[in-house]
Ligand binder design. Structure first.
Ligand SMILES: *Cc1c(COP(=O)(O)O)cnc(C)c1O
Length: 400
């Protein structure tokens, strides 16, 4: 089929999409309407942690669809109980609330923190509701999570913002300390800023932040929508720095491609009362059955070690590329990595890589001077070699 035969006009334009319709996905590969194949280093934006349409997700979906799709979150269902148990067993948290998107999980975390701040007023009896977040952070696209995000320009697009999110500078403890007031209830951050350009919070910063928040009676909230579920080579990003946060959110990888997210907290902060939080699809068995299948896969012996190994391999290959092309190095954790180009050629590389023939390469440029790599966590070294060789061809063709 020709692209022009698709009637795309009925779709609201929210981004400039290339004239491609993807029809199939398998592992690291996508196929478009014309049958052209693409090596996919986006994976739905770090979502398909086991690649496109892995067998374990097909099976979980098919089996659960036959049994029970949604009895309502007002009742218990077996897959959500199983997945909550898996998450609690493998993390430092005690309680889980399921949501359908990362933004919704973050809204849940913000609500829980504000509720906690009402129950634990400051010395003058005033509610504490401010959550310190960070410049260049990304927490989602609802009004509150856009307000929490530190993306340039986002304070203006849908003004007025939801108040209560002063912005500090990542890896600068003094900038956080300066913002603490008698209204502060917590600090929220991504262990590695993803959309901001793959910028890790340092081990030292995470540990100092944990000490600071303890000292002031503040909640430490980690947004692990992008870093969670094995992406960094640890099951959760906070484990990189050996701290125990109070609240964590998950999204993306936990669903392996289906809409599933979660907010986890320690028992002492589980302060929602009936009616405070909910949602029609939250914790539905169809999605949580997939989440359980994903968790069972990524917690298999050796899985995280292999993410660390392939992450180190990808890092080394990106460094070699850096030397050959006079770029400025690479950074990241595990299989969330970025190549620092040193000039604003990211978008043209993304386009040229996609349009290569006979097979294309899908990459992301979160900032014009950066390429981001977020392959499936079970990507092979051969698939990394193939990507590096295709990227080299593109760079040569573009004269870089
Ligand atoms: C993608 C992302 C979100 C938003 O998740 P959605 O499922 O798109 O709502 C929030 N936080 C981080 C760190 C993300 O990467």
């Amino acid at each position: 089929m020709e692209f022009s035969q698709y009637q795309t006009d009925a779709l609201l334009t929210i981004t400039n999409r290339p004239p491609l319709v993807f029809t199939e996905g398998q592992g690291m590969w996508l196929t478009d309407h014309a049958g052209k194949r693409y090596l996919d280093y986006l994976q739905g934006w770090a979502v398909n942690c086991l690649g496109h349409s892995p067998r374990c997700i097909q099976d979980a979906l098919a089996a659960q669809a036959k049994k029970l799709i949604n009895p309502s979150p007002a009742f218990y269902n077996a897959p959500s109980i199983e997945l909550a148990g898996l998450l609690v067993r493998h993390s430092c948290f005690d309680r889980v609330f399921f949501a359908n998107s990362g933004a919704e999980a973050n809204e849940g975390a913000i609500k829980l923190a504000r509720k906690w701040g009402k129950k634990n007023k400051n010395s003058s009896g005033v509610d504490r509701y401010e959550i310190i977040t960070f410049e260049h952070s990304f927490h989602g696209r609802t009004l509150a999570t856009m307000s929490a995000s530190g993306k340039t320009g986002w304070d203006q697009i849908f003004a007025p913002q939801v108040p209560g999110f002063p912005k500090a500078v990542l890896n600068d403890l003094a900038s956080v300390e300066k913002l603490i007031s008698n209204k502060t209830i917590g600090v929220m951050l991504e262990p590695v800023q993803g959309e901001g350009g793959v910028i890790p919070a340092t081990r030292e910063f995470m540990q100092a932040l944990r000490a600071l928040t303890r000292q002031h009676g503040l909640l430490l909230i980690v947004d692990e929508v992008q870093t969670g579920v094995g992406r960094t080579g640890q099951l959760f990003g906070y484990q990189l720095s050996n701290v125990e946060p109070d609240i964590m959110t998950l999204g993306k990888g936990i669903g392996g491609g289906v809409p599933l997210a979660a907010m986890l907290c320690k028992e002492e902060f589980a302060c929602f009362e009936p009616g405070d939080q909910g949602g029609t699809y939250n914790g539905n068995p169809l999605m949580t059955a997939v989440g359980a299948a994903v968790m069972n896969e990524v917690t298999k012996p050796g899985f995280l070690q292999s993410v660390q190994d392939t992450g180190a391999y990808l890092s080394a290959e990106l460094l070699k590329l850096t030397d050959r092309h006079d770029f400025q190095g690479e950074r990241g954790e595990g299989l969330l990595r970025a190549l620092k180009l040193g000039k604003d050629i990211g978008p043209q590389i993304v386009e040229a890589a996609r349009d290569m023939n006979p097979v294309g390469l899908l990459l992301n440029s979160p900032r014009p001077d950066l390429l981001r790599f977020m392959p499936a966590l079970n990507v092979t070294k051969e698939e990394i070699n193939q990507m590096i060789s295709m990227l080299s061809d593109v760079l040569k063709k573009l004269g870089h």
